[in-house]
Ligand binder design. Structure first.
Ligand code: KG4
Ligand code: ZN
Length: 332
């Protein structure tokens, strides 16, 4: 048996988890700072860093306690190395480095996006690479061909706003609180599809995404026609969500045609959206979404990623630094 302690602090969640053999979650503690940042309409990095410092020890101790695993039974400490906010990342990294040094066990610097993909290993015991993955989060809308555990080929990505970022920005235009994604989803349920906001499908074979044009069109629309009733705001939320998912669906169909993939894994915060799940359910492919609790940031997914690093004998040095813009092919 191998037990990995995972630590995640890349943004506004302080999270720790213990996972057995990369797949079985023994504990999964997430301390969310959302109520603190809501007052500012978004994450304030300095406040996030300070809060991480304040709670990380308690979060890790609780994760260990709930798992029933003692520190000397751990095989490694997995921690998010990037991408993310540098201050918050440094808090998790410093804690993990000290812990790994103190216990004399491997430090495993995990790529946050690899973690999001590994969230699916926690739920689907039969899922093994290769497969096609789409990550839709606050910072990414990226297609990858996952060739092996921790091995990726980038097929297409965000050219401007990521999908979650577009949800957050449209939410702000509609005076919805942070984080905007779940709020837009809720408001959209009350609206109808009345607006044909422009979709950027880009070149015929492109798997890149661009959502900034749609976002600007909504801003212009609101300047000309202020949405002063809830019904008007709900229609905009509804049409934005439908057009954004039209783009996602079109791109997924392209990706399936191009790669002839049999399995598609969706990961990242936007994967929590029920309308997205419903719309994609008719695709002729073995489709996997993580359970809701593993869609948004958590440390169980980081521990799973760390397990597969350890399996392939990858370790990180104690000089490991935070990498706010880390790409998926140069982690560790
Ligand atoms: O993966 P995540 O928790 O953090 C990042 O790594 O970015 O994703 C957060 C993003 C935010 O932009 C949030 O608004 C979006 O995911 N999100 C959603 C939903 N839940 C979270 N977007 C649409 N619908 C949702 N239900
Ligand atoms: Zn994330």
């Amino acid at each position: 048996m191998s037990y990995i302690l995972g630590i995640e602090t890349s943004c506004d969640e302080t999270a720790a988890a213990v996972v057995e053999d990369g797949r079985h979650v023994l504990s999964n503690i997430v301390y969310s700072q959302i109520p603190i940042h809501r007052a500012y309409g978004g994450v304030v990095p300095e406040i996030a860093s300070r809060k991480h410092v304040e709670v990380i020890r308690h979060v890790v101790e609780t994760a260990l306690e709930e798992s029933g695993i003692s520190p000397d039974e751990l095989s490694g400490i997995a921690v998010t190395q990037g991408p993310g906010l540098v201050g918050p990342l440094l808090v998790g990294l410093s804690f993990a480095k000290a812990y790994s040094f103190g216990l004399g066990i491997p430090l495993l610097g995990v790529h946050h996006l690899d973690g999001h993909i590994c969230a699916n290993y926690l739920a689907f015991s039969d899922l093994t690479p290769p497969f096609l993955a789409l990550i839709v989060s606050g910072g990414h809308s990226h297609f990858y061909h996952v060739t092996d555990y921790g091995e990726y080929e980038l097929l297409g990505g965000t050219r401007d706003d990521a999908l979650g970022e577009a949800f957050d920005k449209v939410a702000r235009m509609l005076d919805l609180p942070y984080p905007g994604g779940p709020e837009v989803e809720k408001l959209a349920l009350l609206g109808q599809d009345r607006h044909n906001f422009p979709m950027a499908l880009l070149e015929e074979d492109s798997l890149d995404f661009s959502f900034s044009g749609m976002k600007s069109a909504i801003r212009n629309h609101l300047q000309k026609h202020p949405a002063d009733t809830e019904a008007a705001r709900a229609d905009i939320a509804h049409s934005f969500q439908e057009r954004a998912f039209d783009v996602v669906e079109t791109k997924i169909k392209r990706a399936i045609l191009q790669t002839e993939a049999k399995t598609l894994v969706i990961a990242g915060g936007v994967a929590a959206n029920q309308r997205l799940r419903q719309r994609l359910s008719s695709l002729a492919i073995d489709l996997r979404f993580p359970p809701l609790k593993y869609c948004t940031d958590n440390a169980a997914m980081i521990a799973s990623s760390g397990y597969y690093m350890l399996q392939s004998e990858k370790r990180s040095p104690l000089t490991l630094n935070a990498k706010p813009n880390l790409s998926l092919d140069n982690c560790g």
